[in-house]
Each structure stands twice: as C-alpha cells, then as structure tokens.
Design a protein around this ligand. Sequence first.
Ligand SMILES: [Zn+2]
Length: 293
Amino acid sequence: MPRSIGVVASRYLWSGVVDDATMSSVRIYPEPGSSSIDLKSLPVDEILDILQAQILELAKEGPIQSVGAGLPGIVRCGIVEESPNLGQLKGVHVADDLQARLKAAGLDVPVVALNDADALAAGIAGTRDTLDRTIRVWYLGDGIGFGRYPHTDGIWEAGHTVVTLDPRERYCGCGGIGHLEGIMGQRAMRLRFLDMEPEEVFAAARHGDPRAREFTWLWHRALAAATATSVHLDGPGRFYIAGPNADFVDLNVLGDLMQEMVKMTPLQGSYFEIVQTSHDLALIGAAVASRRR
Ligand SMILES: [Zn+2]
C-alpha cells in the first residue's frame, strides 16, 4: 500500500502519515493547548526546521515513498512565487530545500510542493473515489483559496477574481481593487466592519440588521459571481466549500444566485457542497499528489 507524508501550513504546521488515502499519525505545531503562535511571525528557517523534525519523526514509524507539502499562495515547480498570507515563504524553494534537509538527515525521498487549496481538492477527490472527475474547492479563511483537481499548470488565483467594478472595494490582502477576497476574506470583513466581528455581522443579518443583511447578500453574490466565472471558463461541475467561514454559506441562496448568473444550457448542472475537516483532507491530498507527480 502506498505510504507518504503530507504537510500543510495554515494557522498550524501539520504533518501526517497517509496510507493509501487514510491518515494515521499526525503532528501539529504549535501543539493544541499550548500558547498560540502566529505563523506569520515565524522565520522561514524555523518553519522548515519544524516541518523537517515532524517528517523525520513520522518516518520512524515505517518506510515512506514521498512527501507532499500544501502551502498557501502561488506555488509552481516547487517554489512559492507569492504568498500574501504567509509572506516569508515568498521566493522559497520549498520542495528542494526540504528534500535536501531530509536527505542530509538520512531520508532520501522526493518532495513535492503545491498550493494548499489544490491539495484540498486532491484530498476530496482521493477520499470520495472521484479521482476521474474535475473538482473545484473554495477555501474561506483569512484569504480565499481556490483549488482544482486534477492539477493543471497555471496560476488559478481565483480568490482574486474581480467580482465588482466598484472602486471603493479595496480590502483584498493583495491590494487589488474589486476582488472576491476583498469581500469574503476574514481579514477584509474585519476591515469593513471595524466595530463587529464577521460572526456578529452574520448574526445581525439573521436578526434583520439592514447593513449586515446588505453585506451578507453581497458576500453570497461575490461567491456566486466568481463561481459563475469559473463555470464560464472551465465548465460546470462540483464546487466544494471549506474553511472556517464555510458555515456562513447559505447553499440555497448561493444556488439561486448562480442560476441568475449562468444561463447557457451546456453550462447548467453545477453543484455545491460544504466540506468539514478540511485540514485532514488537505494533508491527505498533499500526500496523494506527491505520489502522482
Ligand atoms: Zn486580491
């Protein structure tokens, strides 16, 4: 049975052993219950030190054939070209660096780096026996991630899709005007509602607050618009929604808005589903992807 290690860097550094498409042992930094550390403030050498230690510890449990690392940002050919939410990774040759570190410590295996949302898409595909289908996933967190399986070369930063021409929409973490993340991202929502946390905004909308209701409608329209754009470029299909803010999504509202935005007959039939446990799935997907590349 193929056995690999998957790694994900998000709010935590996670590493886990993946047998076929099932996760067994896992290591998390910082450990749950310990004082919280913001990964944004951790130097890149320290991040690689921690991942190296986690992988070497897990590899003691039995032979592994590869390592896959899911990282936020634009990741191509093993290099993090841009990472707005973990800026210290920009320009780092993660795959080569990690591979060299492991080799020096006696573990000679291929290391693959990929976008964390692509890893999540691969994990959904791998655990649902849908490896033959195209899968797209929105990750709703601090930023907005977009993943696609199967992997195709390109940028695919669909979280930065332009969804409005209003020049006042300038809250995106990348600095671009009118972006999806500038409406839906956690950071962007905090900048927009300086007096309310995002969960308070959604609660106020449910209680009829007009400003909050207007915003949650815009929030759903933005996701429908970016999804409609993806459908017009890449065809209809399955869209999964994951991440800490996935619970804010009303699938009925989203489906209705999509129907208004996608009218051509061959483009009908997309379907949305909310996914829980996305960290496990991203970790599994990173491991699965490392075997396939
Ligand atoms: Zn942006």
